[in-house]
Design a protein around this ligand. Structure first.
Ligand SMILES: Nc1ncnc2c1ncn2[C@@H]1O[C@H](COP(=O)(O)OP(=O)(O)OP(=O)(O)O)[C@@H](O)[C@H]1O
Length: 724
């Protein structure tokens, strides 16, 4: 099916005059619902452009009417396991935030609070009808994209890092790594969270809007239905995009201009994506902005509704035409309706405690590798059976009007949820013929409306099967991430004198941040998928980041989230336990992991422990076995640790390393292609190698490199010795 695109024309604001109104709603035929937006041709006012949409809501439309007509009909599908995405698009000051969030009074509540109200109501109903056999849990995450960086709105702004939160792809979906998720019991719970989170959102006054959103805000409502050991999960995403704006009209100052550039760029990329998809291009430039990556229009499964917000007056004329153009093309975007699979519960992969009573972490999906079973169909059919009744208006926010009176005739809604086939795993529809205007028609050619054929539907996009080249690239990327992660963790002990406590905290953080940013840039630059382990490494990085901030709670949560990716990893468990002890969640005597002795530690971070990243997971040898075997390369064996002249063998090894020649390094004993590449990458990170300072001067320096360690050096050294 195609993205459902509806237009909403906002009423006049206080200072706006009736005589300036240029935008109006119309019908394709008498008796049909409003589906056309009319606006004069700016070059010739006697002509009028008409843009057709799935539905058009005029200035008199209330919040309740919009919700009842456009969102409520999809709630059933949400509970049948389909994801639902609703996003508001439009020029700044046209009513996006009003539409999505709305005001505080009941009648003014926007799509989001109504959606939550509906979800809770349905959840209760399902639990009641199944005598508690099915439980429905709701969890929220809420984040913003500001200046193309992602920030968690459920976390206080002071916890933000300059680089924001990284994104990655998993199972064809873009995931915000480490985003917090809060379970939400009821509407009150939601309101508390939502109001608090909105205070964290970046807004500012511009000439066009006293409370302009300077960021794109994305609310994800995860609905988890559990019946016995079957779990069905679906997500409703509500997105309030920042408004495009013409800086000549906004009088924006420097800061606003920077924001504005980011906003306009991402919206421009969105329009490029829409154009590319509607042209049937192979390459869709999703990746050029975080917003489009997250929105993944046309790639996301489920139901997508785009609400185009419009201001009715002349001062917005060109902007309005531009957004009408973009969104009328969006109608041609096909999205796959794919019901989320039902999975069986499995024993939790991690036995560690939760980071907080209500805190879940998105990447921790204990069911992600559970078996998909056909019973999903049964559950879906059951749900469909029970949800057969027409959707009532939400009950909590009872606006005065009769609940059963939608603003638009039902026909206007018919092309989405009512066509869903509940038990179907994958269905696909062709474009709605009524949505088929290719370009704005002029009134002189009114017959075009509804007659033009839709463009050939884009071929169904099948889930991308990773090909070997992509996998190789992903592996390379993963290794880069590991190396950088490891570097981030180890750089401090590796390069500073043994007085970590005296190291200024800011300096440490800066260094780590710099590397984290470099990591993110590398990863995003290539934009490749990664496997679970890489995700684990990211979580470790975030844990590290949290630790740098002194946020032990956060660090603990990230470490715990990473644990399923490195099950039983002793050092990681040790870190978790150590933090728990520090936070008073565990008594020191309960500690199960062995405390490290100095001998065991090859690399340390500032609190005296290895960071549990690359070396931890790569070389998962019980700590006790990892004593550095000094007997083989002892300080005295070649004198290098005494800073004396290196022995020929040592020099030979160092020369090979410093050559950065992949083939030579691969020839070293114990170095496979992967390890050799890691080493070359690490050396490259140190500098271009032309300077002596960037060279590895001793075996102990070599040992300190991430991913190397004593055993590796030993083996290379020994292997070399045999060949000499
Ligand atoms: N349907 C409506 N009914 C009443 N007032 C509205 C409506 N739509 C918008 N407004 C008012 O118009 C003004 C601008 O709306 P809003 O802040 O929602 O715009 P926006 O598109 O989100 O802008 P920005 O992109 O700058 O954040 C607000 O004062 C809002 O209350």
């Amino acid at each position: 099916m195609s993205v459902r695109v509806v237009a909403r024309i906002r009423p006049l604001l206080e200072k706006e005059l009736d005589k300036d109104v240029i935008v109006s709603a119309d019908r394709a035929q008498d008796g049909k619902p409003l589906s056309i937006v009319k606006i004069p041709n700016p070059k010739n006012e006697s002509e009028e452009f008409s843009f057709a949409f799935n539905s058009v809501y005029d200035r008199a439309t209330t919040q309740e009417e919009l919700f009842t007509s456009e969102v409520a009909p999809h709630m059933k599908a949400l509970f049948q396991g389909y994801d639902v995405t609703i996003f508001a698009y439009g020029v700044t000051g046209t009513g996006k935030t009003h539409t999505m969030r709305g005001g505080l009074k009941l009648a003014e509540r926007g799509v989001i609070p109504r959606l939550l109200s509906n979800v809770f109501r349905r959840g209760k109903k399902i639990a009641k009808e199944t005598n508690g056999e099915t439980t429905v849990a709701v969890a929220l995450s809420y984040y913003e994209i500001y200046n193309d960086k992602v920030y968690d709105l459920l976390e206080p702004p002071e916890k933000r890092t300059p680089s924001g939160i990284p994104l990655r792809e998993k199972d064809g979906k873009t995931i915000v790594v480490g985003l917090s998720e809060r379970s939400c019991e009821d509407l009150k719970d939601f309101e508390r969270l939502y109001i608090e989170a909105n205070n964290n959102r970046v807004t500012a006054a511009t000439k066009l809007n006293a409370h302009s959103s300077r960021s794109h805000a994305i609310l994800r409502v995860k609905v988890t239905q559990t019946t016995g050991d079957m779990v069905r999960e679906s997500t409703a995403s509500a997105i309030d995009l920042a408004g495009s704006e013409d800086n000549r009209r906004t009088d924006n100052g420097k800061e606003r201009l920077v924001e504005s550039a980011a906003i306009n760029k991402s919206l421009f990329v969105l329009s490029q994506c829409i154009d590319a998809i509607s042209r049937g291009d192979k390459r869709i430039p999703y990746r050029e902005s975080k917003m489009t990556r997250i929105l993944s229009l046309g790639q996301n499964n489920g139901i997508t509704i785009m609400i185009l917000n419009l201001a009715p007056i002349r001062s917005y004329h060109l902007d309005t035409i531009s957004s009408l153009n973009v969104s009328s093309r969006a109608k041609r975007i096909e999205v796959r309706e794919i019901e989320n699979e039902v999975v069986f519960k499995q024993p939790p992969r991690s036995t560690t405690g939760l980071g907080g009573p209500n805190v879940l972490r998105q990447p921790l999906r204990p069911l992600a590798n559970a078996h998909n079973v056909a019973t999903g169909v049964v559950l879906a059919a059951k749900a469909a059976e029970k949800a057969d009744k027409p959707a009532k208006a939400f009950m909590v926010y009872t606006d005065k009007k009769p609940a059963a009176a939608p603003a638009r005739p039902v026909a206007a809604l018919a092309n989405t949820s009512s066509k869903l086939q509940p038990p179907t795993i994958i269905t696909k529809r062709s474009s709605d013929v009524a949505d088929s205007l290719l370009r704005p028609s002029k009134l002189a050619r009114p017959t075009q409306i509804g007659l033009a054929r839709p463009p050939a539907a884009a071929p169904p996009k099948e889930p991308q099967l990773s090909i070997s080249a992509a996998q190789i690239e992903a592996m390379v990327e993963k290794k880069v991430a590991e190396i950088l992660a490891s570097r981030a963790a180890e750089i401090i002990p590796a390069v500073t004198t043994p007085e970590p406590a005296a190291q200024p905290k800011d300096e440490i953080s800066e260094e780590v941040k710099r590397r984290l940013e470099a990591l993110e840039r590398r990863i995003e630059k290539e934009s490749r998928g990664e496997d679970g382990r890489s995700e684990g490494l990211r979580l470790l990085l975030q844990a590290r980041q949290a630790k740098e901030r002194g946020d032990d709670e956060g660090a603990l949560r990230f470490y715990e989230s990473a644990l399923p990716y490195f099950p039983g990893q002793a050092k990681l468990l040790g870190k978790i336990e150590k933090l728990k002890i520090k936070l008073g969640r565990m008594a020191p005597e309960e500690r199960t992991t062995p405390r490290k002795t100095k001998k065991m530690m090859v690399l340390r971070d500032e609190d005296g422990e290895n960071d549990g990243t690359e070396a931890d997971v790569e070389d998962d040898v019980p700590l006790r076995q990892r004593k550095p075997s000094k007997k083989k390369i002892s300080k005295s064996s070649d004198g290098e640790d005494n800073m004396g002249p290196a022995s020929p063998k040592t020099q030979q090894l160092l020369d090979i390393v410093n050559s950065r020649d992949l083939a030579l390094i691969k020839g070293l004993h114990g170095f496979g292609a992967k390890k050799a590449q890691d080493l070359v990458d690490v050396l490259t990170l140190k500098g271009d190698g032309s300077d002596e300072v960037n060279k590895i001067a001793s075996l102990s320096q070599l040992r300190m490199l991430p991913g190397i360690g004593t055993r590796t050096v030993e083996r290379a050294y020994e292997g070399l010795a045999l060949e000499v």
